[in-house]
Design a protein. Sequence first.
Length: 176
Amino acid sequence: MKQRLVQVLDNMKKYNDGVMYQEVFGFNPVTFYDVLVIAPGWKPAKIIRDPAYKVTVLEQHSYFSGYLVEKDGFKVAWAQTASGACNLLDHIIICADMKFGKCVFAGAVGGLTGDYQIGDLCTPSECISGVYMNHYLDEKLPNFTPFEKIYPNKEYTEDIERLIETSGYNLKYAKT
């Protein structure tokens, strides 16, 4: 974890004596989750339609809620947040000291076109930073470069592509 994130968490804990991710989302601080899903606006039922998955509502609020998604001993902590960079960042920060293996973002990035429809699966080859969110924890705000390209971890993206392919889903690729 970046040192700045540790400082932010330490300062938050000075004024909040509870476990914030438990209070907000209902996630158990003792449980190890295989995956933490951050999903602005998306409930699990909108994406997971297979009845073999067990979805439990842990906490439900008007703009954010927590769910436990389970199948075959696999546990997913699903954090439905409000949309917008500031909401997303605030909720990701409180989840930073949870016990989880991977973090996955499920949401709308970019826009729909004739090639991409609602529900299509795609992995980005690059992202354009248009907000300060990805530099919130930098030591100096002038380090922000508007509209810089950010590249995902290639190995992780390839793992996701293999998983989608072996699951029988269609993955769309951006035109380069």
